[in-house]
Every structure is written in structure tokens, then in C-alpha cells.
Ligand binder design. Sequence first.
Ligand code: IVH
Length: 678
Amino acid sequence: MMAVPGPVAARAAELREAIERANYDYYVLDAPTLPDAEYDRLFRELQELERRHPALATPDSPTLRIGVTPVTEFAQVAHATPMLSLGNAFGDAEVEAFDRRVREGLDAKVDVHYAVEPKFDGLAISLTYERGVFVQGATRGDGQVGEDVTANLRTVRAIPLRLRGGPAPGLLEVRGEVFMLKRDFQTLNREQRDAGGKEFANPRNAAAGSLRQLDSRVTASRRLTFCSYGLGRYSGGHVPRDRHSRQLDHLGKLGFPVSAQRRVVSGLTGLLAYYRDIERQRAELPFEIDGVVYKVDDLHWQERLGYVSRAPRFALAHKFAAEEEITQVLGIDVQVGRTGALTPVARLAPVFVGGATVTNATLHNEDEIRRKDVRIGDSVIVRRAGDVIPEVVSVVRERRPAGARPFQLPQACPVCGSRVERVEDEAIARCTAGLYCPAQRKQALLHFASRRALDIEGLGEKLVDQLVDQGRVKTPADLYRLDLETLSNLERMGEKSAANLLAAIDKSRSTTLERFIFALGIRNVGESTARDLARQFGGIDALMQADEAALQTVPDVGPVVAASIAGFFGEPRNCKVVQELRKLGVRWVEGKAKGFAGLPLAGKTFVLTGTLARMTREAAAERIVAQGGKVSGSVSKKTHYLVAGADPGGKLDKARALGVAILDENALARLLEQKARA
Ligand code: IVH
């Protein structure tokens, strides 16, 4: 092979180091240091050098991260130390028994220290490093023999291609989990859907499908990530040999991601408190977990406890209640929402999932039912995660009974019998009766009374049902005509709670214009549009008289929103309700039409992401809005600034890709102060 000139080899080494440093900062530390454009330049320069000098190729070159020529099958890899599984516990009693066995096994008189961390819901892999260089990566397989997926794992940016810091061990086997972040899973499924490809049922299936690709270039396009949780064989280097937690710290120093949620806790109480803590955080974590893992921290004790069959006696997986279960669709009901939207809901054979018994799950809309091909009688996978409404994920086709019946959305509203209309290009079918439909009336009242609208404390679903069903309340105005006697005669209403409710209704009379506009429940008018409308028009009369052209002078009010506002106030019944409410004492301070032009942040759109240290995101949003700016939930070409706090999500990537200006918290504070003074 041709010799590579010294300066060229030196430049290649320099480029590799800079690129991998940037990968590490970005994917492991989550603290980007290199602008994308610069990264791309360095990457292309290295690719070009390697193309011109093939002898430069090394197994740890970042150019391998974009994938290589496909293979026809995976080679088998025998694990030098077997990849074990863990015993499971589903309740506190089993954890207690585990801790007791551990203490008995060790003759321990005091509480045992445990290293604890989340149980990632991905795939176990083993990574081998020789003299600091990643040389082989394998799946778990049956624990003894796995598949060689080295080329695929090189594309995972969170996996170091070369160890960092200090003298490298001669041999190091690192164990951990490959998984996909929730947001990357959503993006992938969206892309698959748009391309007419197959969607994945959950992030774990997506990660498995992506890792087991014969073409590593496909894996490279899939945004997998990795977290290490232990060691296999090792020799040389300064690997700690006393405690598991110290080995994890060491892995961190070598450049591996280790769980930010890892801790060392003491005794059974420590274990259970940790479980509760992680369970509370579960929904907010950017990745899926299915429980927590407990390991005796002292490595000598681990050795003494040893193994039963293929699981260690020193470790335990404490699992959460499954978030997905299989059950049967007994029927499909249709619910009518505030805007008349018809939502099909599956009635299910009761099933315990995500920690609660579920008997209903949303099917979203007609298209979703068709896409998932859900039929009455089908067995389906139901998902309930955190406080999210349970949903039907997919049908288990193999179990479809002969008589399974397809479902047809009714042509008439199931509540009031009025015509149902489906606007072309919209997935939602709607009842056309508006507030004449009792279902819509109930939802409209609940919305009117909700916390962010007129905030009538204590006016919940049960009461609204009764008030509407008895014909006592038809419009929000009727709420202000209720008296103590009517209220105390309702079911489950004592004199005391009736008086409280009356007081809450009275209190709600004093409000703000923006809350009032929001409370009206005009379709397409959320809180932020309501705020803009209040600012632009200053008073309700001006708003009611505004035509579509005038409405469209408000930032972000386009033809669709303008049409729904004009349509709402074009309906004499709605105007009458507004006038009645004012007569009944609902009031706010009317201001002058302020408009937006004069405000310092007028016309600027912000997106907030990550955790801010000095204020909540809500507080930051309020300050931006107060200065005329807009706060949006997602980054687009129209975004002017992305404000990124700690642990920013995919929004940061997107903002970078679109060249949106990125502010940290301090920069935002400066901007707000500057503008406030100006
Ligand atoms: S420790 C001796 N820690 O759980 C076994 N495993 O049921 C060492 N897993 O195959 C495993 N997160 O894929 C450990 N923080 C964690 C884990 C974890 C997920 C998986 C792993 C393993 C399975 C065992």
C-alpha cells in the first residue's frame, strides 16, 4: 500500500479528534460545541482524505458513522462472559424478599448499599474495545452467542469509537442498552407513514428493527442512542474493582454515556423510595423505561452472592406495571366534543394497564380506525402511559375472530340526531348542531368554567351533566342565573357545597378580556389567539364588529381563524349570550386597542425548550408575550428565536438545521431587559 505523507496522516488524526470531540459533546454530554456547518466541513475534509489515501482507514474513524456497504448476514459472536438476564419483581413484597435474601446471603447486619438506575426499554448489547479502540459490538442473542452488529453500532453517535481519558485498558467489554428517544421514535414513525412504510409499535421495536439492519446506512439514518450499565471482561487500565457505582463513574470518564438517574441507596427503604421517584419522573423522561434495576454495589459481595441459573442473585429488575396490554374490543361508541367533533372510542373488556383498569380507549378518528383496521371483536394492544388518555395502538391480526365487524361512523349525531359533516381534507367529522347539541353544550360549559377560562371552581362534569339534562342551563349566561335552591336540589349537593359553588360563580364575574374571549370557545381560538385579539381590539364590541380582513391584521390570525371568529359572532345567538353575560355582571377592564406595532418584540416568534434555571417556561413565555412577542410550540422557518435551557430536546436540532437564532437563558434575560428599557 502507498505510504501516506506525514502531514496528511497528522491532519487526518486531527480531524478525527475534532469530529469525535464534537460527537461526544453533543451526544454524550448533551452540550454542543461545534456549529453544524463547521462539523460538516471537517467531516467532508476527512472523507476526502480517506478517499485519496485508502491506507488512512482505521476502525475508529468517524467516517464509519454514516454506515458502510451492506452485509448479507450477521456473523455470530460468542460472548466471552455470558450476557445474563435479571430476576423480576412486580411488587414491594418481592423487593423485600430480594433484600432479605441478599442480607442473609451476606450475613449482613446493616443495610446493604445498592447501585440503582432506570431499566431502559431497548436492546442489550456488548461492546469490545482493544487498546482503546472499538473493535466489535454484538447483540445479546441467547446470552451465550449473539450477532455481530459492529458496523451498525459504529453509526450510534453516543458509542465512543475510541476511549477517552487516561491509559486505555488492553481489553474492555462494556455492556449497555441501545434504544431510541421518544421524540426520535415519533419522527421516525411520521417519516415512515409519509413514505408509506411500516410504522413501529413502540421505541423498542423501532430500535430493534434499526439495529438489525443488514445495511448500516439505514441504521445510521435512525438516530439510536446508548447508555452503558456494566462491564464484561477487562484487563489493564485503571478499572475500579471495589464498587459497581465506581465502575459506572469510570465508564463515564472513558466517554460512555451513563444514566443521569443513577444513584446509590441504602436498604429496602432506599430501593422503594427510588422506585417511586423514578416512577414519578417516568412520563417526563426522554426515553422509555420499564422499571428500575437494583444491584448490590460492593463487587466482592456480588461475587459472594453469585448466580442462580442465568440470573445474578445480587441484582433485581423492579418492573412498572406494563403500559401496553392486549384486550378485546367489545364495541365502538362515538363521543361528541365541544366543537362537535365525533370521536370514536373503543369499549374494551376491562384490562389492567399502566397501573389502572381501562375500559375505554380513544380511536381518534375515522381515518385512524381505517388505518389500523380496528373491528369490533378484535384483540387490540391498548396503551396507557402516565396520565395520557388510553389509546388503541394496533390490532393483533392473528387473533381476529370470524365475525369481527368493521365500524362505520354514523351520519347523524349520536347525541342530538343532527347532520354530521366532514370537511374535505380534515380527519374530523362534526355534528352541525352547534350549541343546540347537548353534548356540545356540556363541553362548551365545561370549557367556559375551566381554570384558564372563567375559572369556576367546583363546576365539574357531573354537575354540568345534571344542569344540562334538567334543562336548567343552556348557555354560559344561565350559570349566572342559578340560585341556591336549584343548586342544593342537585344530586350529591349539600347546602354548603351549593353555597360554595354559587360563590365561585360570583367570583368568576370579575375576569379579563382575554380570558373571556378564550372562554367563549370559538373554534381555533386558543389562549394565545385570545390574548392577541384582546390586545388588538381592546374591547369585546370592537372584536364582535371586526370583519375577516380586520381580524387578519392580528399576528397569526389567518383566513381560517378569521373565518371562525367572524362566523361565531355572525351568529345572533352567540352575540346574545355575550350581551347577557355582561348584563349578568361578567366584567373586565376594557382597554384601548393597543395593537402590536409599538411593542419591542412585536412580530418576533419564540420557541422555548429545555429547563430554564431562573424562571419557569411559562413565566418566560408571559414576559415575551407582554412585550408583544409570540411563543410557539414548535420550530419552523417562521421562528425567530429558540430559547434553549438545560436538556433541550429535538427542537434545538431543528432550530440549528433551520438556522434559527439560539438564545440561552441569560441572552433571553438580556433581550427582555434591553427591550423593556427601550
Ligand atoms: S444490568 C446481570 N441495568 O435488562 C445483568 N440491565 O432483564 C446485568 N436492562 O438484558 C443487567 N436497563 O437489556 C441492567 N440499567 C440496567 C438495564 C438493564 C435495561 C436490560 C438488559 C438486560 C435485561 C435483563
